[in-house]
Design a protein around this ligand. Structure first.
Ligand SMILES: [Fe+2]
Ligand SMILES: [Fe+2]
Length: 469
């Protein structure tokens, strides 16, 4: 069995030896048609027949794992890819610290592990559902292709989790896998499990914020699951992280390009004051204060994904050696009971807060890079992350109202001022009006700058998506 290169001879490409594992192969083949139905119903609307220049994983070798080609999305080869098994891997944290990593599920942790996998799995199709209308308003074929790349890979991440459910959890696993196809983002009776994944992604500014902030939450969760004592989960997550990096790249560079365009238009028209919103909007670009509002919204929704700062679930998962911390190996403590000495919470129950703080630090770097873009144009404006207490629905700040600076205010004041900090209906309408599709190769909407380099080093006028006539 080849553990690096992917076997494409089965209907489900994989590097987990599915050909020899008939029972699981059959179970997955049974799940496949439902998945395709879901993709057709809930995947990118209006582009199922388009030829999209997509990368497909053909190996798990970090040096050459993907190949690019035109594919119709429903024919994308969603496969099951695990990073290669390390021979002597030991568990890096928790009660089982130092023991050999498990190749099978420890009985006593079964329910907890299943829940972790289901929660992760649920986010993957959710974002595809949230983004399904965006194709209609893509600012270029380049962006359209990136959207679809993110979408098919989220679909693959669903496959990754479904494989674990089928392979290791018997009947409950199969039922959970079916449920993952039944829930729908934003649905009243069967919503997705986490709040941010039931919100709308109405426009491309939201999409880029989502891929910057919410996919980055995904990265943090995957990093902590990649530490897991349950080796198949660890290996799955390690490979998923390879794909995830592109999603954040799409988000961060997308926002960077919008900012670039806005600042250039302001300079060209002699508009110096970024707060002169109407003047800036009249140039056909998105004003920086509105970008800040969208940032506030998506960042705060993403913070809620970390759960309560004080969480016995997180502590239990750590103790059971199922879910570790971000960059566990680089943390300088005994890895057994954590080292978070903050407020009065013992280290272990504050694990979510620790992960959230690591996340905030990572986000701050993106914001700094955006500020560099603004700075270079000479426009006087800085974007920033709002305070962790701002606009929170989950955790210790849930019952208070705070400004982006973290100043506590009462609900009356919040009502009057929240439109200054979060996108208003009028802001949404303005952005919606700007969203006109650009479908000629090399063409870009006026509110976003072209990328510096193309995907797979293609030239600027490359036809990334051949939209069926
Ligand atoms: Fe994902
Ligand atoms: Fe992602």
């Amino acid at each position: 069995m080849d553990l690096v290169n992917v076997d494409y001879s089965t209907r489900i490409p994989n590097n987990v030896g599915l050909t020899e594992d008939r029972r699981i192969l059959r179970a997955l083949e049974g799940w496949h048609p439902g998945y395709l139905d879901w993709w057709r119903d809930m995947g990118p609307e209006g582009f199922q027949e388009a030829l999209v220049y997509l990368r497909t994983a053909v190996s798990v070798d970090p040096k050459g794992w993907a190949k690019f080609d035109y594919v119709k999305m429903p024919e994308y080869r969603w496969g099951i890819l695990l990073a290669p098994r390390e021979d002597d891997r030991t568990i890096p944290f928790g009660h089982h610290f130092g023991e050999p990593a498990w190749q099978d599920i420890p009985g006593e942790s079964r329910a907890m592990l299943r829940r972790l996998i289901v929660i992760q799995g649920d986010t993957e199709p959710a974002s595809v559902e949230q983004q399904r209308h965006l194709g209609k308003t893509a600012p270029s074929l380049y962006d359209l292709r990136n959207l679809f790349q993110v979408n098919v890979e989220e679909g693959r991440h669903l496959w990754a989790m479904v494989y674990l459910l089928h392979k290791y959890f018997g009947r409950d696993g199969r039922e959970e896998a079916d449920e993952l196809l039944r829930r729908r983002s934003g649905s009243a009776d069967a919503p997705r499990m986490l709040g941010a994944f039931n919100e709308q992604t109405p426009d491309w500014l939201s999409f880029f914020m989502f891929t910057t902030f919410t996919d980055r939450d995904g990265k943090m969760q995957l990093e902590s699951l990649a530490q897991s004592g349950f080796d198949p989960l660890s290996r799955t997550c390690r490979f998923m992280l390879t794909e995830e990096a592109h999603h954040m790249f799409v988000g961060e560079t997308g926002i960077g390009r919008i900012i670039q365009r806005t600042c250039e238009a302001m300079r060209a028209a002699g508009v110096d004051d970024p707060e002169k919103i109407e003047k800036v909007r009249a140039l056909g670009v998105i004003d920086l204060p509105t970008i800040q509002k969208k940032l506030n919204l998506h960042y705060s929704l993403s913070l809620d994904l970390f759960g309560s700062e004080v969480s016995t679930n997180a502590a239990n998962a750590f103790n059971a050696s199922l879910k570790g911390r971000f960059h566990e190996a680089r943390i300088d403590d005994d890895h057994v009971d954590g080292e978070v000495k903050r407020v009065d919470e013992p280290a272990l129950t504050a694990l979510n807060m620790r992960l959230r703080d690591d996340y905030a630090a990572d986000c701050a770097k993106s914001v700094e890079r955006w500020n560099k873009v603004i700075e270079k144009t000479g426009v006087a404006f800085r974007l920033r992350l709002p305070h962790v207490a701002f606009h929170r629905q989950i955790g210790e700040f849930r019952d208070v109202q705070a400004t982006p600076d973290g100043e506590l205010i009462d609900s009356e004041a919040w009502k009057h001022r929240s439109d200054h900090w979060l996108p208003s209906r009028a802001d949404g309408d303005f952005i919606a009006d700007l969203m006109k599709p650009m479908r000629e190769p090399g063409q870009f909407a006026g509110w976003i700058a072209p990328p510096k380099v193309g995907i797979d080093n293609k030239p600027g006028d490359f036809e990334y998506v051949k939209i069926a006539a």
